[in-house]
Design a protein around this ligand. Structure first.
Ligand SMILES: [Fe+2]
Length: 319
């Protein structure tokens, strides 16, 4: 046992990291930053405009998108209590980089991760996630490299191979071109190739870039940090997808990003960078979600629906 936050990392982990799903251990809980009291303080210190609050059905189906709400007049302690007892997801976005106490730990963590994996981390950000019993996250893909470090409670991440059957090149291009958010078309057949990764406190998982995934919590409060970072690999790969997305749309070409020889990736990255500067695209997607409820400790699931909204909306696919 060392003082390192990252634990149980072996040469086998290093060989598989980035290529397969790897699970490892960590000591984030020992920092004291993730107790109820510390989380309440974090939420109180965090700008409310950068706090995601949402709800969903229990054990949410893979294709059910969450519903946004607000916890405007509640203290951090009240929001922690609501996350623990209600049907809620509460997340101070970028807390690990914006709050100095958390950033000190995050910088250490990413330094250890980069050293252990041999991956150059170019930039990184992370949210703190608090989510209640049986909450989850729908089927989606993240454009950056992602991993989850789990601190309290139990959860299962369902990870799908980053193949055309699960996430098409066109869908990845649309996310990178900001035509859509990160949700993807889902089909039950995809469960044939899923890998279920169960996480208990002190465990973390890192999966290959562009692997679609979804999450379902156990019967307890979950506290995790969700990390996204860019690496030379993600920068070059996304440059290929971005450039091909633009070519497909503007010139009607039918390029294949996954078949692009690695040696050409830097040229694609340079092209993508130039296009972003010289010919920026208009974003079509509505990135702000309509707030449909307020957190209320006395309401069922701590969710008080605003006029015109209600539980029936949770039972059917939300916008
Ligand atoms: Fe994700």
């Amino acid at each position: 046992m060392t003082d390192a936050l990252l634990q149980g990392w072996t040469s086998d982990h290093r060989r598989r990291a980035g290529r397969e799903i790897v699970k490892f251990n960590h000591r984030l809980a020992e920092t004291g930053l993730f107790t109820d009291e510390a989380l309440a303080r974090l939420i109180d210190e965090h700008p409310r405009s950068e706090l995601t609050v949402c709800t969903m059905a229990e054990n949410p189906p893979p294709d059910q998108v969450w519903i946004a709400g607000e916890g405007r007049d509640l203290s951090g302690a009240e929001l922690v209590h609501a996350a623990k007892t209600g049907k809620l997801w509460v997340s101070p976005r970028s807390a690990m980089t914006k709050n100095p106490r958390y950033k000190a730990v995050f910088d250490r963590l990413m330094g250890e991760f980069a050293k252990a994996t041999g991956i150059s981390v170019l930039s990184a950000d992370a949210a703190v996630l608090l989510s209640g019993p049986k909450m989850g996250i729908f089927f989606h893909v993240d454009p950056a490299e992602t991993m989850l470090w789990h601190i309290r409670g139990t959860k299962t991440i369902y990870v799908y191979p980053p193949k055309e059957e699960h996430v098409t090149e066109r869908a990845l291009e649309a996310i990178l071109l900001k035509e859509t958010l990160s949700d993807l078309p889902y089909h039950p057949d995809m469960e044939k190739t899923v890998e279920a990764v169960a996480l208990v406190p002190g465990e973390a998982a890192f999966w290959p870039m562009h692997s679609p995934h979804r999450v379902v919590n156990g019967d307890d409060l979950n506290v995790s940090i969700s990390i996204e970072f860019s690496s030379p690999r993600s920068m070059l790969t996304n440059g290929v997808f971005y450039t091909n997305g633009r070519l497909r749309r503007s010139l009607g070409l039918k390029p294949t990003s996954r078949g692009t020889p690695a040696v050409l990736s830097p040229a694609y990255w340079a092209a993508a960078k130039a296009m972003r500067i010289l010919a920026p695209i208009k974003t079509n997607v509505e990135r702000s979600h309509e707030r449909q409820f307020d957190v209320d400790l006395s309401a069922p699931g701590c969710v008080a629906w605003r006029p015109g909204y209600g539980p029936r909306a949770v039972a059917s696919k939300a916008a």
